[in-house]
Structure formats: C-alpha cells, structure tokens
Design a protein around this ligand. Structure first.
Ligand code: NOJ
Length: 758
C-alpha cells in the first residue's frame, strides 16, 4: 500500500526520473516545487489550514466537518488526534481520498510528556539538568510518535517574571540564559538527529513572542515592551530554539506594542526570517487570526487574514480564516499567488523532512505503540526526572529526611490526589496511572511505620472558581463535611502522629492556559488547615504541589520544612517519597523568584540598580515602606540534605583581553552528612557601560556531584563574548570596563571578585 502510494505520487508528478537522479535538498525542492505546480489554489490554501479533531479540545471549537475537509484537500494538518488507529484513519482519508494524496501533519500539545507525564516544564527547569531535559523530550517524542503524532506544540519558552500568569508552569522561568539552554535541549530531544527518523517529531517553539510579559499577569493581555528589554531578556530563548533547528514557530496571542504577534511583520518576518534565518513554517495560535478583529486591527476576517498572512503567519490554527478568505484575496490581487506558494512550500518541506511523502504512515504502528507507551524505561526516567525537579525550600534542624518509623500523618487535599499530580497541559496523560503522594509514602515505608491520613480541607472552597475549574475537566468534588469538621478530623489525626506531612497547593487547573490568579497564596481553606495543624505543635513537613511560585511568607516563618514539588507527573508520589525519606537527596533550584508579597510582582533577580538602590535604612531610596525588596526565595535557590561550602574565588587574571580567557575557580566541598549534587552558578555584573545593566546576570553554571567529605574544583571560562551587551545603537558587542563576577549556590548567596575587560 505504502509503496503503491509513493510510486503513484511520484509518477503522477512526473518526478521519478528527476528524483532518482538528485539527492538531498535539491531532490526535496524539486519534489515540493513540482507538487506545488500540480496544486490548485484551493489545494494550496488547504495546506495552510490546521484543524482540531474532536478527540481532545484545547480551545473553543467551531466545527466537526474536518473529515470532509481532509478528503477535499482543504486541510494541511490535524491536531488533537492521537492513537495509531485514529491517526491512520485520518491519514488514510488524506492519502486515499484527496486529489493529490498529500499526507497530513498530526500535532498535539505534548508539553511535558504524552502519556507518560513528566514534571511540568517549570519543575524540570529546576533540575538545571539540560541533558536530562533533552532526554525527557526524546522519550516524549518517542512515545508521541508511537501514538501517531509527528508534531508537538512545544517547547514553550516564554520568559516569565509574573507568577500570577498561569502559564509560567509551561516554561523555564525568568532567566534568558538558562531558558535558552533549555529551549535548545527540548528542540534537540524532540527532533533528534533527523526529522525523518520515525522516533522524532517536529518541535514548535512558542509563543512567539513575549507572551510571558502579559500585563498584570492576566491571560491573553497586552504586552508593551521596549526593544531593548525584548532583546536583552525575552527573545533569547526563541532565538536559541531557531538556532537549534526548530521546525516550526507558533505566533503568540498577545499584542506587542499595539501590533498583535500574529499580524506582526517585524516579528514574523524581519526578525525571525531575515535576522534569525528561520527556515521552517509559522503557525498561528488557536483562532488567533479571527481574534485580530477583537484586537481591533481588522474589521472582518478577510482583513484579518490579509494582515496575518502578509506579516508571515503561514498556517492558520483553527481560525478557518485562510480557507474562507485567501482565495478572494489572491483573485483580487491583494496577495500574490507566489506568496501563497512560499507558505505552502514551507509546510510541504516540513512534511517531506518528516518522511511523510516517503511513507505517510511512518509513525503509525500498533505494535510500537504497545511497546513504547508508558514503557518501564520511561517510567523509570520520569521518576528520576521528578526527583531532580524537587526543590527543598526550608529544612530547619534537619527535620528532613524522615525516618521510616513511628507514626506519620499525611494530611491535605493534595495527599491522596493522583489526578492533580500530572498537572496542567498533561496531554494525553491518564491520571489513573499517576502515583499519589499518600501511595508513594505508603509504599516507601511498608509496614515499618504507621501512616495515617486525613483530607483536612478542600483545595478551594470558592464556588465560582470551582465551577470554572470543573468546566474545564478538573472534576473536583468538595467533601460533604464542613471546613470545620475537616479541620477537626485533621487535627485529631495530627495529634496521633510523630510527624505531619501536609500536602497543600493548587489544583492542576489553577495554572496553565487561562488560569491567571490574582492571589497566589495557598488557597484559604488550606491555610486554615495549616494553621490549625501548626497549633498542635507537631513537627510539620509542608509538601507543595503547584504550578507557579506562591507567596509563602507565613509558611516560611512558621513551618520547619518546606518541599516544593510542583506537579511531578506520573511518578510524583514515588519521587516525593524518595526525597522525604532520604533515598534521594534533593538538588533542584528554583528558576523563578518566589515573591515575598504579591505587591512586589514582578520581582526577578536580574533587575537594574536604579539611581537610588534600595536601602531599608535610607528613606529616599527605591524600596517599599512595608515589605523588603528581595523575594522570599531568590532565583537559583534550593537546599540539600547536605551542606556545600565554597572556597574563596580565584581569578587567573585581573585584566581580560579580548580573545583571551578568564578562568574563574572555586573549590566546592561537601561538608555535610550526605552525598549530593550542587549547581554552582556564575553571574556577572557590568559595572559601567553605555547602557544600564542588571545587577546580576547568569552566565554559566556547572553541576557537581560530591560524596560527603569530598571537594572538587570548579573552573569556569569567561571570554569577552560572554560580556556582550546591546549598546545604545542596539549592537551586540562588548565594551571595555570594570566587571564583577559572582559565584555561589543561588543568585543571592554569592562571593564576588572583580576584573577588567580591556
Ligand atoms: C492554545 C495555546 O496557547 C497553545 O499553547 C496550544 O499549543 C494551542 N492552543 C493548541 O492546543
């Protein structure tokens, strides 16, 4: 059947002889150009139309007639369809029934795994382990491909400094340097060495651009930002993904300085194509073209299509704008057919590179799906990734790790809650297969300790929010008991125990898309529970499950041990128990600052100094009367069960010449009681430059594993290139002058030394 298909198409296009003689890119272009030559205008426009199936819904749907569209060649790709059977049926429709037999792309939001769910991306970022993240993406690709997919809408690389925005869960946090390395790791993992490897899928970097900077953290809100800030802080990860060879780019919902990203030709064409030399195709976000009418820059769908297309948006995701309007725009001469051909070429080349013209069914294989989906190797690695992602925020008097003895009370609405463990955007993940914290703890202690359980509180009691969460599939059922009864029961349980593990946080749907929160404390019923259990005087370990940094000021002041576990995915409970009982020594470091108070937001480590740097002792300085300037937990922060000490910093020179290398050395010693991993971070500050610079910027980091008592020397290499800045003319270059270099285990607790760039 497959061979028949290929031979048929090639003969049909008269390409067999030419194709046979050419190789590589020229064969690809010859094939694609010939195919375009055979296409009607309608068929071309069809390739620019991406439709959702009705299998999974990730936005407001508009119609179900997508099967007819496939047969008529009015559709270039389908998203939200997976499973070998279903995908085969749809692909078969395209290949057998459409006139030119052009295979479909199959896209899906594989954000942190497909069916085997990894920790949310913000959590994985806290591992600072880019090789592990690349491997996680590779496993996700393998599983997604085995389920018939060839395209994933990931990585999401939006830099975010505002934890009110629910989508911080999907990204890597606030830092452009780390964010760029992680963007690259995801792309490499998904795409592998070659897109036509049937274990690879095409990545789609999103949301281009600046979506993480929506005003006030409110979803889909506007972005107004200077070019300087874009280039310095927000654009690097998208660019890193492009440089890593990402196959597609998704335009963002938001406007940027008055021009929505989806109709922004500076963004989609000047920057992306001309400056960054992006060679793949641009797809819009869901329904983003018709939404240009709401933005107020288009009077109708035709005008919206014209603006988006001319800006460089090539494929219309579920907006049905291009299929309905592009033809007329071409016939009226408002858009050239050559421009349509170029967009179609970009889409067909992606299909070609994915090997779909050679074999449209190359990823569809039931036996492989059976073998790959939730295979033991994936589950093992998910557990490993989950353990790496956990951040120990506080551990007074070494309360953790716990012993597997005595009586342990496990209390809280997130304790016995497998559903929430897989977090937001958990693709096709099945929460029934996820391990709850309670289950993980019970398995870990076996019959060596007695484990008691109480619910203690509902995640939220706010009925309006509950209704919204349930409308989007949360399925939260508040307890029939009153809040007072729940707390009473929990307090009684706590009193019987030697130690209490309180599992609090957010429900999965409280972060992710369309999940901004203005109040980012632990929800009220849970705080009431926490305070009541605290009043018992029992030692408490607070285990947090949540999709964003929360304000934990009260918790930090009162609770001896706090473990940030985010949403860790399928193996959450096992990984958490591994850390609670010391079978794994935590090493995660947060990649977004945890605010001291909501009023500080945005709060981030790489801020500017101002003319009057904050000083609590001096009135006329940049500060608050009522709270400190610093976050509660700074970027890069995270504890270990062991302790690491740092020798004084050693620089091999005081003056760095361009072309030369500055070696920055520090000896790190594990002088605690456990073996452990430390992430040694290097920051710089450009003290005097033409343009003001941040007080710190991450430039490098290294992870070292040290046995207890062991020391290692960590050496960083800095060159003038690492010190480049955007000057007044926005040229990226280095300037001579004084610098400071800082090294430490987080962005706050560092040692400093100075040098000069000549
Ligand atoms: C909207 C989201 O913004 C985007 O991230 C996602 O990929 C698409 N919907 C498709 O589900």
């Amino acid at each position: 059947m497959i061979r028949k298909y290929v031979v048929f198409v090639f003969c049909l296009l008269g390409l067999m002889p030419a194709y046979a003689q050419q190789s590589g890119d020229s064969a690809m272009y010859a094939f694609v150009n010939h195919l375009i030559g055979e296409m009607t205008l309608d068929e071309k426009i069809g390739q620019l139309n991406l439709l959702t199936s009705d299998m999974a819904i990730t936005g407001p749907t508009m119609r179900k007639a997508y099967m007819d569209d496939i047969k008529a060649g009015r559709c270039g790709g389908i998203f939200n369809a997976f499973g070998p059977n279903y995908v085969r049926r749809l692909q078969q429709l395209a290949v057998d029934s459409s006139r030119l037999h052009i295979p479909l792309l199959f896209g899906f939001d594989v954000i942190h795994g497909h069916k085997t769910i990894f920790p949310i991306p913000l959590a994985m970022a806290c591992s600072w382990d880019t090789a592990a993240i690349a491997h996680a993406a590779r496993l996700a690709a393998t599983e997604a491909a085995a389920d018939g997919l060839n395209w994933v809408f990931s990585p999401m690389v939006d830099i975010a400094r505002d934890p009110r925005w629910g989508r911080v869960a999907e990204g890597a946090g606030e830092d452009p340097y780390l964010g760029s390395l992680i963007a690259r790791a995801f792309v490499k993992g998904y795409q592998g060495n070659s897109l036509d490897d049937s274990l690879s899928v095409m990545a789609c970097v999103k949301h281009y651009a600046l979506y993480g900077a929506v005003e006030a953290g409110r979803e889909y809100n506007v972005v107004d930002m200077s070019r300087r800030r874009m280039f310095e802080d927000y654009l690097p990860p998208y660019r890193a993904a492009v440089e890593a060879g990402v196959g597609s780019v998704m335009s963002a919902f938001n406007e940027i300085n008055g021009i929505p990203a989806t109709a922004n030709s500076w963004l989609l064409t000047d920057l992306l194509r001309r400056q960054w030399h992006f060679k793949g195709f641009v797809v819009t976000d869901y329904d983003a073209i018709p939404e240009l009418i709401n933005h107020g820059i288009a009077a109708d769908t035709t005008a919206a299509s014209k603006l988006a297309f001319q800006a460089g948006a090539e494929m219309d995701m579920q907006g049905l704008a291009y299929v309905h309007t592009l033809k007329t725009l071409v016939q009226e001469g408002q858009i050239s057919e050559d421009a349509i051909d170029q967009a179609v070429r970009d889409v067909l080349i992606a299909k070609y590179k994915l090997g779909l013209f050679q074999d449209p069914f190359n990823r569809i294989n039931e036996a492989r799906a059976e073998r790959e989906i939730m295979s033991p190797d994936k589950l093992t690695f998910v557990r490993e990734m989950a353990r790496k992602s956990i951040v120990l925020l506080k551990n007074d008097r070494q309360l953790l790790p716990l012993k597997k003895t005595g009586t342990i009370a496990v209390i809280g609405p997130l304790a016995n809650d497998p559903r929430d463990m897989i977090g937001c955007w958990s693709g096709a993940g099945d929460w029934h297969k996820a391990v709850s914290i309670l289950q993980g703890i019970r398995e870990a202690v076996g019959n060596r300790a007695k484990v008691l359980y109480a619910l203690g509180a509902n995640i939220i009691d706010d009925t309006a929010m509950l209704r919204q969460l349930n409308a989007f599939g949360a399925d939260i059922h508040p307890s029939p008991l009153s809040p007072q009864q729940l707390i009473r029961e929990a307090v009684a349980t706590a009193r019987k125990a030697d130690v209490v593990i309180l599992c609090l946080g957010e429900s999965a749907g409280m972060s992710g898309e369309a999940a901004s929160r203005a109040d980012i404390h632990i929800p009220e019923p849970q705080r009431d529970l926490l305070k009541a259990v605290y009043a018992t005087g029992k030692p408490i370990v607070l285990v947090l499950s949540n999709g964003r940094p929360l304000v934990l000021t009260w918790e930090h002041a009162h609770i001896p041990a706090i473990l940030e576990t985010w949403f860790l995915g399928t193996e959450a409970g096992h990984a958490i128990a591994d850390v609670l009982f010391g079978d794994y020594n935590p090493s995660g470091k947060i990649t977004m600052s945890f605010p001291y108070a909501i009023g500080q937001i945005p709060v981030y480590y790489n801020h500017k100094n101002t003319g009057r740097p904050g000083n609590p002792e001096v009135k006329w300085t940049s500060r608050y009367l009522d709270i400190p300037n610093d976050p509660l937990y700074p970027f890069g922060y995270g504890l270990s069960y062991t302790h690491f000490s740092y020798s004084p910093l050693h620089l091999d020179k005081k003056v760095l010449m361009p072309g030369d290398v500055l070696h920055v050395q520090v000896q790190v010693t594990n002088d605690g009681q456990y073996d452990g991993t430390e992430t040694v971070q290097l920051y710089i500050r450009d003290l005097v430059a033409d343009v003001t610079q941040p007080v710190k910027q991450l430039k490098a980091f290294q992870q070292v594993f040290l046995k207890k008592g062991e020391s290692k020397t960590v050496t960083f290499r800095l060159t003038a290139d690492d010190l480049r800045i955007y000057d007044k003319q926005m040229h990226y270059r280095y300037e001579p002058g004084p610098f400071e270099v800082f090294v430490g285990g987080n962005s706050r607790d560092v040692q400093a030394a100075s040098f000069e760039l000549k």
